[in-house]
Design a protein around this ligand. Structure first.
Ligand SMILES: Nc1nc2c(ncn2[C@@H]2O[C@H](COP(=O)(O)OP(=O)(O)OP(=O)(O)O)[C@@H](O)[C@H]2O)c(=O)[nH]1
Length: 223
């Protein structure tokens, strides 16, 4: 994370990118990567957060890596998130490994309707531990929670795995937007907290925050 605004230009050309140093449009920046198997919904997740829209129809796999910026305000601090959308396909893995070490946070997605995407989470976590910074923030997300009739992975299985690795967890839907913004807000809050805690500011526990704020899909409200 860096506190120096105005440095890099984004591909989406947001005006705030070139703000003069005397009037920065954000206070902190943090790099976030979206990881997970091909087709779990990483690109849709990012577009839902950035534009509030869902891309339905033909699935076009990401080639290599791409990024978008969005500024969120948490507790009065403006955090610019630079969000990297990676290709889930195996053949792009060596390209994406190179980006892991600069990331402060990783959102690791599986698809609740696709068992192998869940089974591969352990392998993703092994890669993360190999290539990412030791203190990187990791969040596990079970995406496509809107497709309840095709569910293959129970919510409690996601929770158990997340607990085993000590990471926050929630189910999400890039289609309905359920918990999408919350995932990024929780990351931004954690980055702000790490950047410097103010006197009298209560400590922040990302797992507790996510657990208290997340919505549950209606099918799983009993879990
Ligand atoms: N119902 C539903 N469909 C989704 C959701 N998220 C993504 N999809 C669909 O899943 C397919 C794959 O979505 P992408 O976002 O392209 O997947 P990806 O993880 O970026 O895939 P790669 O770029 O290959 O790594 C698309 O057909 C999306 O419309 C969701 O939350 N709910």
């Amino acid at each position: 994370m860096t506190g120096t605004p105005g440095a890099a230009a984004s591909r989406d050309g947001e005006a705030h990118e070139r703000s003069p140093p005397c009037s920065p449009s954000y206070d902190l920046t943090g790099k976030v990567m979206l990881l997970g198997d091909s087709g779990v919904g990483k690109t849709c997740f990012l577009i839902q957060f950035k534009d509030g829209a869902f891309l339905s129809g033909t699935f076009i796999a990401t080639v290599g890596i791409d990024f978008r910026n969005k500024v969120v305000t948490v507790d009065g601090t403006r955090v610019k998130l630079q969000i990297w959308d990676t290709a889930g396909q195996e053949r792009f893995r060596s390209v994406t490994h190179a980006y892991y070490r600069d990331a402060q946070a990783l959102l690791l997605l599986y698809d609740i309707t696709n068992k192998s995407s869940f089974d591969n989470i352990r392998a993703w976590l092994t890669e993360i531990h190999e290539y990412a910074q030791r203190d990187v923030v990791i969040m596990l997300l079970g995406n496509k929670a809107d497709v309840s009739n095709e569910r293959m992975i129970r919510m409690e299985d996601g929770e158990t795995l997340a607990r085993e690795y000590g990471v926050p967890f929630m189910e999400t839907s890039a289609k309905t937007g359920m918990n999408v913004e919350l995932a990024f807000l929780a990351i931004a809050k954690e980055l702000k907290y790490r950047a410097g805690r103010q006197a009298n500011e209560p400590s922040f526990q990302i797992r507790d925050y996510v657990e208290s704020q997340r919505q549950r899909p209606s099918c799983c409200s009993f879990l």
